[in-house]
Design a protein around this ligand. Structure first.
Ligand code: NAD
Length: 488
């Protein structure tokens, strides 16, 4: 597939000399090349979006959402083709890819409620003859900078809300996975948005810097690693932009002795090893409390070693490869570091080979035991199918341990005690809480974001938070005294 930019309603080949090879992580084959667009390409997209803004914002909101209804239907009709592309460039299984697109579509559906969600407020007679109104207006040109792990879904945490609210848009996908958005933009083209309303720029750091610095871009959303999130947050703010930046994670799960151990194991295994551990809501630290230790350790080792690993389109495969060879090498070296730091490795996924896919970047599910608080392996986001086990004697110690990390994306608890669950959900420091749930991903009609070093900003993604982020409030106070009204 040829990767092009989509600017002002045209497919454009950026005049670049540098390309990034897109590799199918299951085969190791190069399947596309991402043009590394520069600041001039971002400038062209920003100018097109800026020129489209005055007309788009005047399109009545009821009419704006008709474009989204069309897009929603096209996404559903083409879900299998999109999911196949996600599997091929990102590695996850076909079922996981489809699940990702279901959440993308759900966000479009929720954004179709903008005629209601975007309403302002009005109070008659705040004083005699004076009324006060709050109007929501779009902010202007907005942009999303996306990571590799959900190439289809993540831009949809933002894009449909921004468009429905009357903004114009630029999407910058991860250079590692440009094919999914390339295809989705063909659907966006079919929808027939006015020229310049939605634009696509492919590239990496230079394109990102072009977005961060561009004077007409007013609001930026970012999803990716914490180091880059901090950079985006600081740089966009220094250029006077509204910004929200979602970062990395190291999500703890606590297993109490009263948990349904078989259910807990199955759900924790799906969370830790699903999408090859490359989900920002994947659990990566399992803290067993008191006598939960032995049963959970035994069951999770069985679940890890029996997971079927392979190419995500093949029947029966439960886990695909990690994104690329560099990521495989990094994950394997982190497992090695854990062992050096004294962890046990009862299930070791290093050196994995899958028959027929010898060039693939596979790491099998891995379990590390006796991981120590404060160690490098405890601190570092691995972003691979590696679950570290830790053990404490009380729920208080477990919550203290969960809260002692720098991240705060998700924390989960497995228990049959309502009192323990209540304590946990109020005391634990994370933006997403799972009670007997392994991936506490909010539906599109709830806000999505983490806490602490997993998030920099204020308003979150999805639902009303996205409406807040992509609108600016204007308050009008007006005097129409009764004696004037009486004249008519
Ligand atoms: P990444 O930070 O490497 O890249 C994300 C985006 O930033 C890409 O578009 C990339 O082109 C750009 N980028 C990379 N380095 C840059 C730099 N130095 N300057 C400017 N731009 C740069 O992240 P990734 O590897 O694509 O994705 C995995 C990370 O994303 C993990 O840390 C994961 O936890 C995180 N993530 C977080 C969430 C969340 O909601 N909190 C969701 C998904 C992924």
């Amino acid at each position: 597939m040829e990767i092009l930019n989509y600017i002002n309603g045209e497919w454009i080949k950026p005049s670049v000399t540098e390309y990034f090879d897109v590799v199918n992580p299951a085969t190791g084959q190069v399947i596309a090349r991402t043009p590394l667009s520069g600041k001039a390409d971002v400038d062209a997209a920003a100018k097109a979006a800026s020129a489209a803004f005055p007309l788009w914002r005047r399109v009545p909101v009821n009419d704006r959402v008709q474009y989204l209804f069309k897009l929603r239907n096209l996404l559903r009709e083409h879900m299998d083709e999109i999911a196949k592309l996600i599997t091929d460039e990102c590695g996850k299984t076909f079922e996981e890819s489809k699940a990702e697109m279901v959440r993308a579509v759900e966000n479009v559906e929720v954004a179709c409620g903008m005629p209601h969600m975007g309403k302002g407020e009005f109070v008659e007679d705040i004083a005699s003859g004076i009324d006060e109104t709050m109007i929501r207006q779009p902010v202007g040109v907005c942009a999303t900078i996306a990571p590799f792990n959900f190439p289809g879904m993540i831009p949809f945490w933002y894009l449909p809300y921004a468009l429905a609210a009357g903004n114009t848009y630029i999407v910058k996908p991860s250079e590692k996975v440009p094919m999914t958005m390339q295809y989705i933009f063909k659907l966006i083209e079919q929808v027939g948005f006015p020229k310049g309303v939605v634009n696509l720029v492919n590239g990496a750091k230079e394109a990102v810097d072009g977005i961060l610095e561009h004077p007409v871009i007013r609001a930026i959303t970012f999803v990716g690693s914490t180091a880059v999130a901090k950079y985006i947050y600081a740089t966009a703010a220094a250029h006077g932009k509204r910004v929200q930046a979602q970062g990395g994670a190291k999500n703890p799960v606590i297993i109490l002795p009263d948990a349904d151990m078989e259910m807990a194991t199955k759900i924790v295994a799906d969370s830790a090893f699903g999408c090859a551990g490359q989900r920002c809501l994947a659990v990566s630290l399992a803290v067993t409390v008191a006598e939960a230790r032995n049963a959970f350790t035994e069951l999770i080792c069985d679940a890890a070693s029996s997971r079927v690993v392979g190419y995500g389109m093949d029947a029966g495969v439960q886990m695909g490869p990690v994104i690329n060879a560099a990521s495989k090498a990094r994950i394997e070296s982190l497992i090695g570091l854990g062992v050096q730091e004294g962890a046990g490795v009862p299930v070791d996924g290093r050196g994995a080979k899958v028959k027929g896919y010898e060039g693939g970047s596979f790491v099998r599910p891995t379990v590390l035991t006796d991981v120590q608080p404060g160690s490098e392996i405890w601190k570092t986001e691995i972003f691979g199918p590696v679950l570290s086990l830790m053990h404490v004697n009380t729920i208080d110690e477990a919550i203290a341990l969960a809260n002692s990390g720098v991240y705060g994306n998700q924390a989960s608890l497995f228990t049959s005690s309502g009192a323990a669950a209540r304590k946990f959900k109020y005391e634990v420091e994370a933006g997403n809480i799972g009670i007997n749930i392994g991936v506490a991903a909010p539906m599109a009609f709830f806000p999505f974001s983490g806490w602490k070093d997993s998030f920099f900003g204020d308003m979150h993604g999805q639902s009303m938070d996205a409406v807040e982020f992509f609108t600016q409030k204007k308050v009008v106070v007006e005097r129409w005294p009764r004696e004037w009204t009486r004249k008519f």
